[in-house]
Write a new protein. Structure first.
Length: 493
């Protein structure tokens, strides 16, 4: 049932490890929807055995990856899986493969083999001075973010299950003493840009070995390309650009876009102090450790390109300068095209015209100036921009400043030749009814830290299907209170 194909690489690419058993572990959440999508018949008892580190499945061989990476722009050669370990891979049945191919967020993935990665499993040779553990707070935040992005159609890793322990011997010190937790992360690949940086630092032979295996496992269609390394770089640039364009249009700020947090599949990876917008702020910084704003919301597209340049540099011995330029240009073109198409859909348009980039830019300036609630604004547009749209007007501190844009918007909609109901349907299909805000995550965390996982069970299925209407969530269709907005977090989150 399970294998660990990463061990096909030379042994210096990884270290064999064992999870540190979590005493008194209990299941906090099981992702039933993901289990069903994968056709995974794993009992709760067996899942708890994995999450606690007490009982692995046949065929699993836990390993910790070695990689390097650029963190806040500076190269760090001492990285690797410091608090997580790859247990092995699971291969879907044919029926499950057909089912999951219909999921928008997975539609760009060719693999039917899924890594099982246990995060918070304890120390590894790459833990440096860390304890290798994770806390309940950060584990819940990763679970919520991955399932929320999945529901929004944004490529992302997934969370199969979460366990925690309230045993006093399992307390973990971060800013304070907190309950230990583990999360089982699933994705077709845990290979990061940083893996290629590390392989390149060892020489061309290791770089070629890693490239060949990545092509075999994840991009078999590129093996027949005239220049496979160039084809891989261009494809990774393509996927990364589409992912970041999706982040921007759903109002997601990752917070720690280091190259060791970048997936070669173009998936959102390694959730830390992320945030979804409350009020729109173009230069919003969700990570209080980022005092220079390197990973601010408006910097994410440029950082994505910078990270792709780092990947290109790692592959330089296998590429020409022209091939690098082509791939990076493709990133820019893909990002621009994807971003404007998605933003126009948020205002109800299915076409993209010449001046739409400026049109959207003007809107974002107004939203930034007035700190307009990001998600609620776009949903409110479905009611039109007339003075009778009290929901829309109520979101604006100075509605008169939007009047010129509203006139331009009405003129732009006229070019669509679509009915108001069709426009509204497009808006609602691109701006969710359920939106993960930090204060909601905090409510879930505080309940869970008291042993109450009911809010977690309540919210996750709704985040997985955020475009449906839930009458019981009407109270969340209002802007949050000022004290609940724009919470800034640390990397330990």
């Amino acid at each position: 049932m399970f294998i660990n194909r990463y061990t096909q690489l030379p042994s210096h690419f990884y270290s064999e490890v064992r999870p540190e058993v979590m005493q008194g572990a209990q299941l906090a959440f099981v992702n039933r929807a993901l289990q069903q999508d994968l056709g995974l018949s794993l009992s709760d008892e067996a899942l708890l055995g994995l999450l606690s580190g007490e009982q692995l499945q046949a065929g699993m061989l836990p390993i910790a990856h070695k990689y390097t990476g650029h963190q806040f722009g500076y190269y760090n050669p001492d990285l690797g899986d410091g608090r997580g370990m790859l247990l092995g891979q699971f291969t879907q049945s044919e029926n499950a493969q057909k089912s999951s191919k219909n999921d928008q967020a997975w539609s760009n993935l060719a693999s039917n083999t899924w890594d099982f990665h246990l995060k918070g499993a304890g120390r590894t040779p790459y833990s440096r001075r860390g304890d290798g553990r994770a806390v309940l707070r950060s584990s819940i935040r990763e679970l919520l973010a991955s399932e929320a992005l999945f529901g929004l159609g944004v490529p992302t890793t997934r969370a199969l299950g979460l366990a925690t322990s309230f045993n006093p011997t399992e307390r973990v010190w971060r800013e304070t003493s907190e309950p230990r937790a583990t999360i089982l992360r699933l994705t077709p690949s845990h290979i990061r840009f940083g893996h290629f940086e590390w392989a390149a630092s060892r020489g061309k032979a290791d770089l070629q070995v890693l490239l060949n295996q990545v092509l075999n496992w994840h991009y078999p269609e590129l093996k027949i390309a005239e220049h496979p390394a160039a084809a891989l770089l261009k494809e990774v640039c393509h996927r990364t650009a589409k992912m970041i364009a999706a982040w921007q249009t759903v109002g997601f700020n990752h917070g720690v876009m280091n190259t060791d947090n970048m997936s070669i599949l173009g998936e959102t990876f390694d959730f830390g102090p992320y945030a979804f917008f409350d009020d729109f702020q173009i230069g919003y910084i969700c990570n209080h450790s980022d005092d220079q704003g390197r990973y601010a919301y408006n910097e994410q597209p440029k950082i994505g390109l910078w990270n792709c340049q780092v990947l290109a540099h790692a592959l330089k011995d296998l590429l020409t300068e022209a091939q690098v330029d082509e791939a990076l240009t493709h990133y820019i073109e893909t990002y621009n095209a994807t971003y404007i198409q998605r933003m126009m859909a948020k205002i109800g348009c299915v076409t993209v015209l010449e001046h739409d980039k400026q049109f959207i830019g003007n809107l974002l300036v107004l939203m930034d100036q007035q700190r307009v609630d990001f998600n609620l604004f776009f949903r409110a547009l479905a009611g039109g921009v007339g003075k009778d749209n009290e929901q829309l007007r109520g979101l604006l501190s100075q509605p008169h400043l939007f009047e010129d844009w509203f006139l331009d918007y009405q003129a732009r909609l006229a070019l669509e030749n679509r009915t108001p109901s069709e426009i509204a349907a497009t808006i609602f299909a691109n701006s969710p009814a359920v939106y993960l805000r930090n204060y909601i995550a905090q409510e879930i965390i505080e309940a869970a830290e008291q042993g109450d996982f009911s809010l977690l069970e309540f919210w996750v299925p709704k985040l997985q299907k955020p475009f449906e209407n839930y009458p019981e969530l009407q109270a969340y269709q209002q802007p949050p209170k000022p004290q609940c907005k724009n919470i800034v977090l640390s990397c330990s989150s």
